[in-house]
Design a protein around this ligand. Structure first.
Ligand code: HEC
Length: 176
């Protein structure tokens, strides 16, 4: 009987030791100060992709959407449609309000909501029905709504048109 007690005690000790040292660890680490956290946040912000960078994904996805739908590849077209819609939302989250020349500002969120509820709703309906004609109409409406936002940010030179070939940019190189 007596032999069991030291065994029990050492078991308790063995089990408790890692718990004790684990619990002690965070207290031993120095608490990060606000200034170093702020610096870390600034460093991380510099690693985030810019708005234009994310928009160049939209270029690729919206361009390929045209060819996928006209080839009646409905799953691929639906994929590009959704990806481009989500990328626009991401681009807007990166910088929701942009400064304009002359000191004014433009809030991109209402423009993003508009294209979602307008052209993207029509695109989804057309793809769900496998309707190429309705798709083409919705696609061109979408190009107009892309352009509305680019005009609103004072970048009317970013004029999207139906792309000439898969992988080509939707931005027209010829001036209007
Ligand atoms: C809610 C506003 C908004 C909408 C809608 C929008 N864009 Fe943009 N777009 C921007 C902004 C902001 C930029 C970045 C401008 C900059 O920082 O120079 C941009 C830039 C671009 C660029 C240039 C990217 C580069 O650097 O090469 C392309 C291409 C583009 N958009 C395509 C599209 C297409 C295609 C659509 C529609 C399917 C679209 N955009 C819809 C706001 C919008």
């Amino acid at each position: 009987m007596n032999l069991k007690r030291p065994l029990f005690c050492s078991l308790v000790f063995a089990l408790a030791t890692p718990l004790v040292s684990f619990a002690a660890e965070p207290a031993a680490a120095p608490a990060p100060d606000v200034a170093s956290l702020q610096k870390e946040i600034e460093d991380l912000k510099r690693l985030l992709p810019g708005q234009a960078h994310v928009m160049s994904d939209v270029d690729h996805q919206y361009g390929n959407l045209w060819f996928a739908a006209r080839a009646k590849n409905w799953p691929l077209a639906t994929f590009y449609m959704n990806e481009s819609r989500l990328r626009i939302a991401w681009a807007v989250r990166i910088r929701p309000v942009r400064p304009l020349p002359g000191g004014a500002e433009i809030d991109l969120r209402p423009l993003q909501t508009h294209i979602e509820q307008s052209a993207y709703a029509d695109l989804k309906a057309a793809l769900d029905k496998h309707d190429v004609k309705a798709f083409e109409v919705a696609y061109k409406k979408g190009l107009g709504e892309c352009f509305d936002c680019h005009k609103a940010i004072d970048k009317a030179f970013l004029r999207p048109v139906v792309p000439k070939s898969p992988g080509a940019s939707v931005i027209a190189v010829e001036p209007e």
